[in-house]
Design a protein around this ligand. Structure first.
Ligand SMILES: Nc1ncnc2c1ncn2[C@@H]1O[C@H](COP(=O)(O)OP(=O)(O)O)[C@@H](O)[C@H]1O
Ligand SMILES: [Mg+2]
Length: 350
């Protein structure tokens, strides 16, 4: 879908009035649903789990939840779990008393304590080891924790927001993440879709970053051409919004579309990923069939994405029957989160 230049003018009129770190929700119904969900839950002190690929906006969504909460003026304490090596993470999170271990010359509050009457943001939660997971469970159950080496428990009131770029359900299945903790942190779930599944948002994000970086670097770089915007909608965005932001920053500074076009095409995977036999005869018929299937699959995914996974609309756009599309989706082995729904749809239409 092409960008509407009207949105750009609206943004331009608001020039300078945007809060730092605005979260752009664009036009995709999945992002709009996330915004509604965040607005609903921000006031209640319930744990939130934000899931999504790297660069989709988990951090800024966590901060937005904090800003919308009654503890907005309180602290926002972020802990990047994988960045702190195993044993240190415990003392970093829960703090320690003097003499708790060699080198503990004084006492120190942990980040949990520092987040009192604010938000504790645990990033990449899947990287936390099992021992710490049970301490965290206790904190979520009764708001209590214990500094290392302390006699008594302490109480803290904080909203806990966790994020992960892994499918945490899978980590639970394989025994790497406690199921009880998973239920505790997953009271409200926010699943941020990858950018390639919400191409409708690209134009709004482009306009936003254009304004931000024109402002920041004192430039006056004009809006991207329609054709580049269309190419952006076909791109697969492995780095999600972070990648788009970096492209726009470069575009604003260099003022040329070529720079970002080159980068996008360099990162584009082969359109046809065929298994060609290295020895023996090559069957043209077989390979052509395989190529057609692959192309069909890609086209279906793209049209589904453009229609926010509304299969009825996608079938109409593709000029095939709804049933035929359901069959093709199943045959193409499309993502499991959607395929459950698809199987029940198929059964219902049988
Ligand atoms: N919806 C959005 N609106 C505005 N900026 C965004 C949005 N999503 C992501 N960004 C920007 O993209 C970059 C990556 O976002 P971040 O929240 O760090 O992603 P993640 O934590 O999922 O890796 C940040 O600079 C962030 O400000
Ligand atoms: Mg992050």
């Amino acid at each position: 879908m092409a960008a509407s230049p009207a949105t750009n003018t609206t943004l331009a009129r608001n020039h300078g009035s945007m809060p730092p770190e605005a979260v752009i929700f664009g036009r995709s119904h999945r992002m709009i649903a996330i915004r509604t969900r965040i607005e609903k839950i921000a006031a209640a002190n319930v744990p939130v789990l934000i899931q999504g690929e790297s660069g989709t906006g988990k951090d800024i969504i966590a901060r937005l939840i904090h800003r919308l909460s009654p503890w907005e003026s309180g602290p926002f304490v972020k802990v990047n779990c994988p960045a702190i090596p195993g044993t240190l993470l415990e003392s970093e999170l829960f703090g320690y008393e003097k003499g708790a271990f060699t080198g503990a010359l004084g006492s120190k509050p942990g980040r949990v304590e520092l987040a009192h009457r604010g938000t504790l943001f645990l990033d990449e939660i899947s990287e936390m080891d099992m021992g710490l997971q049970s301490k965290l469970l206790q904190l979520l159950q009764d708001g209590q924790f214990c500094r290392i080496g302390a006699q008594d428990d302490k109480k803290v009131e904080a909203r806990v927001v966790c994020a992960t770029n892994r499918v945490l359900e899978k980590e639970v299945d394989t025994g790497r993440f406690r199921q009880d903790l998973f239920y505790r942190i997953n009271v409200v779930n926010v699943h941020v879709p990858p950018l390639r599944e919400r191409t409708m948002d690209i134009a709004s994000l482009v306009e936003y970053f254009l304004e931000i970086y024109n402002d920041k670097y004192n430039c006056n770089t004009p809006m991207l051409s329609l054709s580049l915007l269309q190419q952006m909608q076909r791109y697969h965005w492995p780095g999600n919004v972070r990648e788009l932001e970096n492209l726009m920053r470069r575009y604003v500074i260099l003022g040329s579309e070529e720079a970002i076009l080159g980068e996008m095409s360099a990162r584009r995977p082969d359109t046809l990923d065929l298994e060609l036999p290295l020895d023996g005869p090559v069957s043209l018929k077989k390979i052509t069939r395989q190529a057609v299937h692959e192309l069909e699959r890609k086209l279906i995914v793209r049209v589904l994405e453009a229609n926010n996974w509304n299969r009825k609309k996608a079938a109409r756009a593709l000029g095939i029957s709804y049933r035929a599309l359901l069959y093709k989706i199943r045959e193409a082995g499309l993502p499991s989160s959607h395929s459950k729904q698809i199987s029940s749809d198929l059964e219902a239409s049988e």
